[in-house]
Design a protein around this ligand. Structure first.
Ligand SMILES: Nc1ncnc2c1ncn2[C@@H]1O[C@H](COP(=O)(O)OP(=O)(O)OP(=O)(O)O)[C@@H](O)[C@H]1O
Ligand SMILES: [Mg+2]
Length: 409
């Protein structure tokens, strides 16, 4: 038996095990059917599934694999960083596998291979196969997009929405609401849509690990995911040195405990003694690309001076988990803004107002929102057209309950 055949058999055996194990995951993230549709339409032969760590990319891609198996297709799952593949090109292993009848390939963590975009390109150009690859969006941003621009379709898997949490955790079947539907129908919707705890979502249940684990264990797992981002992704993908990695941890802990008014970059650099503004900017870009934070630009014409003053929100449940792990209390006001921004930015442009006298956010350059607790009054938005008050409440004639924005995707 040749070396390639031996390697193939090792991979094939492991692939069978991984696909078999994934059958235990009965709940599917919202992109499952969209990816299945794309695969079946065969318009794109390479699909890149990107997203933050722990979003569920591996499980989702294996679920797609199992679905294809049920339809009678031959599917091979390849973890791109497997030792058996360290001196074999992806092209060679995929080509060899086609001789065994395989036509569908799942390549997990594709970015772990230095030449991944060239490898995918050569597969695309000379083999008649379908590849679903998972990876970090950073790697794509850095080099892959250029090599693969016309060949691959990128699908981003965000953190679970509040809607997804409700559906998967409580076995519901709630559909997406458009922004227009929420703005016009919030009174009726808040009667129809029984609210679930926003704090549950913000503190744990926004990640799919919560579908499987008790909060105690799950939160530990999320903390170790964050450690991986800091100690593996930052050095591997951004080539940051040890000192900067140390600052990264400091920055994340500090971010987790600030109030909404303190989230500008210049404030962050000021508060973190001995960390330069440049380092803060580099780290915030990385965190944003890795899906840990959201960088919200200020409202107004894009310009150099303004761009420096991005407002930084965190992807749920990071703020809560990081703060609590350090014995800090996350600000409820900032958590509410995390909730709003995490959902709104999925389908809309989100900007914030720099002026303290103005409300908090503007969506699509048009709809203006002030976000607050249940006692918030209309004072700040009284004189503004198309301005809405969003409150952490279950029903109000005048304020939109915050949880309804959790149905934006
Ligand atoms: N559909 C699901 N049902 C139940 N649990 C899930 C589901 N998807 C993911 N999980 C849980 O979340 C964990 C993380 O998912 P997964 O490993 O797929 O994430 P990932 O995006 O591949 O992360 P990484 O980037 O670190 O590889 C899994 O170990 C599993 O416990
Ligand atoms: Mg994975």
């Amino acid at each position: 038996m040749g070396d390639m055949e031996k390697t193939f058999e090792r991979i094939a055996e492991m692939s069978r095990q991984s696909l078999e194990k994934a059958k235990n995951f009965e709940k599917r993230r919202f992109l499952f059917s969209e990816i299945m549709r794309i695969v079946q339409a065969k318009k794109h032969l390479i699909v890149l599934l990107t997203g933050m760590r722990g979003a569920g990319k591996t499980v989702l891609s294996l679920q797609v694999g199992n679905n294809l198996l049920r339809e009678g297709e031959e599917v091979l799952y390849i973890p791109a960083d497997h030792v058996a593949l360290s001196d074999i090109s992806l092209y060679d292993i995929v080509k060899h596998s086609t001789m065994h009848g395989y036509t569908y390939f799942i390549v997990d963590e594709i970015h772990s291979r230095p030449d991944w975009s060239k490898e995918l390109k050569s597969i695309y150009d000379s083999l008649d196969v379908f590849v679903l690859a998972t990876g970090s969006s950073t790697a794509l941003l850095r080099k892959g997009r250029y090599d693969l621009s016309r060949r691959a379709l990128e699908i981003k898997l965000p953190v679970m929405s509040y809607r997804e949490m409700v559906n998967l955790r409580f076995d519901k079947n709630r559909t997406v609401l458009s922004l227009e539907e929420i703005l016009r129908g919030f009174r009726n919707l808040s009667i129809k849509y029984k609210p679930y705890s926003i704090m549950d979502y913000l503190s744990y249940y926004s990640l799919p690990v919560s579908l499987e684990c008790t909060p105690d264990i799950g939160k530990e797992l999320i903390l170790s995911t964050i450690e991986k981002v800091i100690y593996k992704d930052l050095p591997d993908l951004y080539h940051l040195d040890a000192e900067t990695i140390y600052d990264a941890k400091k920055l994340l802990v500090y971010l987790s405990s600030i109030t909404p008014g303190e989230t500008s970059i210049s404030n962050l650099a000021q508060m973190l003694e001995n960390v330069g503004k440049g380092t803060v900017k580099t780290l915030l870009t990385a965190f944003s690309e890795l899906g840990v934070t959201f960088a919200v630009p200020p409202h107004g014409k894009p310009g150099k001076r303004l761009r420096k003053s991005y407002k930084v929100l965190m992807t749920p449940p990071y703020r809560h988990i990081i703060a609590r792990a350090r014995g800090l209390e996350p600000s409820i006001g900032t958590l509410r803004e995390d909730f709003f921004v995490a959902h709104a930015c999925h389908a809309h442009s989100v900007e914030y107002f720099k002026s303290k006298r103005m409300p908090d956010y503007v969506l699509d350059g048009r709809y203006i929102f002030e976000i607050g607790g249940s006692k918030k009054t209309k004072r700040q938005i009284k004189a503004i057209k198309e301005a809405y008050l969003v409150a952490d409440t279950t029903y109000s004639e005048t304020k939109i309950p915050l949880h309804l924005f959790g149905y934006l995707y």
